[in-house]
Design a protein around this ligand. Structure first.
Ligand code: ADP
Ligand code: NI
Length: 217
């Protein structure tokens, strides 16, 4: 099967697998990461086929399993790609992208790294900032029944991952605790440039938000 057809089949597979998932990780998140990854790849030297497969399959494990068995995603991707007759080396690479993109601290990165992983991770991070990032954050906050902002609850930059998950802080705090930090975590030069633009968008959004909060604009 040629590469183009494999990508087409992967799109169909991912769409069908993600039916009914929450909107933070639905097909349209995958679609945007796939497009972002192609945009970043156009400025880098890397294997476009691995990047597209990695982007399309990076959240293939059902979101509710995400915090448990980290091997579900790689396993699902493997059996799907094997069925398509994809090269063993490509399959291994895609599995590693799925595994290592989810180590949020980057503390496992010495175990595996590649340009292709860096690009897909940048593409995933871009989807958390800019206009889409604002939309996703408030969607998440609404889903969790969070307030949008509370001037008396300050952002906390020193929470552990577990504390962070349990925190019921207003959605605006998430911008300071996570979203505004992403531009400095980008791996690739192209990713950094795109992130800078989206970062400025977040800053403008926040300026306008606080002005409107106090009736200054
Ligand atoms: P990822 O899958 O990229 O690791 P998450 O599952 O942590 O991201 O988040 C998915 C989306 O929900 C992102 O856009 C993120 O900004 C948003 N989100 C996650 N946690 C919060 C939070 N506490 N408040 C607001 N938005 C959040
Ligand atoms: Ni993702």
């Amino acid at each position: 099967m040629n590469k183009e057809l494999i990508i087409e089949e992967t799109v169909a597979y991912v769409k069908s697998e993600l039916v009914g998932t929450e909107s933070g990780h639905d097909w349209w998140h995958i679609y945007r990461v796939w497009k972002n990854a192609q945009l970043i790849a156009s400025g880098e030297i890397a294997d476009g086929f691995v990047i597209e497969l990695g982007a399309l399959l990076h959240d293939i494990a059902d979101a509710k399993f995400h915090n448990g068995d980290e091997e579900i995603g790689p396993r699902k991707a493997e059996s799907f790609l094997k069925g398509m007759g994809v090269d063993e080396a490509v399959i291994e690479h895609v599995k590693n992208i799925i595994r290592f993109i989810s180590f949020k601290n980057g503390d496992q990165r010495h175990l595996f790294n590649s340009k292709e992983l860096e690009i897909v991770q940048d593409a995933d991070r871009l989807d958390a900032i800019g206009a889409i990032g604002v939309a996703r954050a408030f969607n998440y906050g609404g889903f969790k029944n969070r307030t949008i902002y509370d001037p008396f609850i300050k952002p906390n930059l020193s929470m552990t991952k577990e504390e962070y998950k349990k925190s019921e802080a207003p959605t605006i705090n998430h911008f300071y605790e996570k979203l505004l930090l992403l531009k400095d975590k980008m791996n690739t030069e192209t990713g950094k440039k795109l992130a800078q633009k989206r970062h400025e968008y977040l800053e403008n959004f926040l300026d306008q938000f606080f002005d409107e909060w106090e009736g200054k604009s």
